[in-house]
Write a protein that binds this ligand. Structure first.
Ligand code: ATP
Ligand code: MG
Length: 307
């Protein structure tokens, strides 16, 4: 079976734990990391525990998210190359986000790269993601743009329950999209799991004009200046405040609704204010968070304790 090529354990893809692993992939600078964080924040707002895995070993994201003193010693690279991978190891490597009680992070530390670790195998990446399923309500994988060069990103896109494929409304974004289509056409990537979105639509860009090139666009996240500001000030986990940012937050809520079957406050508000608002309906499939047993400490500031 095709799945075996990437060593995906059979049955995990449409697993009984529901749609809980989301891979965010797409072209360089399309907003993958920003979107992954904002989706996690939207889930956290609903009191869901989320582990965000910053898979990208080429530009470590941890130093972009957290100040140095908040980052643990253990990095994703160590986890993925350790001889044994236990739940305790994984939980110890998870870094709780000070600004959010429900979010925890895994990623490469500043100054790291793939070269300083032994070869990361796809088997080990599968092992990590399978284990993660049991450690939080939702897992969001922020994949490297060059996912084919990073085993964790590559396996993550194959194993995720849902994949959000981001692009930009310009020629560069289209070129990236098209150059990766042949690889993603392989049946191991099961396209039914994919949703396509423009990650950062700037003024003057016309998403409808490029929609055909993307084979249709499900969602459009508008450019909002406040996001760049938050990014530069390591405040991405904090809520957007500016009125101009509201359309972005609504789109994030819609994506959460569609991908995980959860209705968020922003969506409810929008529904109340706009009669018959044009937009896709929320999936009726409710997420069924799983919970591991085994006397381990949760990696979240909230709900710390035994489970
Ligand atoms: N909707 C948006 N509005 C405004 N700025 C945005 C938006 N989305 C992303 N950005 C900004 O664009 C830049 C790139 O975003 P981000 O790092 O999330 O992209 P990426 O796809 O993860 O990039 P990479 O391929 O390097 O990993 C950042 O400065 C971010 O603040
Ligand atoms: Mg990124």
């Amino acid at each position: 079976m095709e799945q075996d090529k990437v060593n995906c354990p059979k049955g995990t893809r449409e697993g009984h734990l529901g749609d809980k692993i989301l891979a965010v992939m797409g072209s360089p600078g399309s907003g993958k990391t920003t979107t992954a964080v904002k989706l996690a924040a939207a889930l956290a707002k609903q009191k869901k525990n989320v582990i965000v895995v910053f898979c990208d070993p080429f530009t470590p994201v941890m130093p972009v998210m957290l100040p140095p003193d908040a980052i643990h010693d253990t990095s994703l690279g160590e986890l993925l190359t350790a001889p044994g991978l236990t739940q305790a190891n994984i939980l110890n490597a998870c870094v709780p986000v000070p600004d959010s009680e429900y979010i925890s992070l895994l990623g490469y530390k500043g100054g790291e790269g793939l070269m300083q670790y032994p070869k990361i195998t796809r088997d080990k990446a599968v092992e990590l993601f399978v284990s993660l399923r049991y450690l939080a309500d939702y897992i969001i994988l922020d994949c490297a743009a060059v996912f084919e060069a990073d085993p964790a990103s590559f396996v993550g896109i194959g194993i995720a329950d849902k994949v959000l494929r981001l692009g930009t409304a310009n020629l560069k974004g289209i070129s990236y999209f098209q150059s990766h289509n042949p690889m993603l056409a392989d049946s191991r990537f099961n396209k039914e799991r994919f949703q396509t979105a423009i990650g950062c639509l700037k003024a003057g860009q016309d998403w409808e004009a490029v929609s055909g090139q993307y084979g249709g666009v499900d969602r459009v996240l508008p450019y909002v200046a406040e996001l760049e500001q938050q990014d530069n000030e390591r405040r991405l986990f904090q809520p957007l405040q500016a009125q101009e940012s509201a359309p972005y937050s609504v789109e994030i809520s819609r994506i959460v609704g569609e991908l995980f079957g959860l209705q968020t406050a922003a969506m409810g508000k929008e529904k109340r204010t706009k009669e018959k608002a044009a937009g896709p309906s929320v999936s009726p499939q409710a997420a069924k968070p799983g919970r591991a047993k085994g006397g381990l400490k949760l990696p979240f500031s909230r709900n710390r304790g035994e489970f």
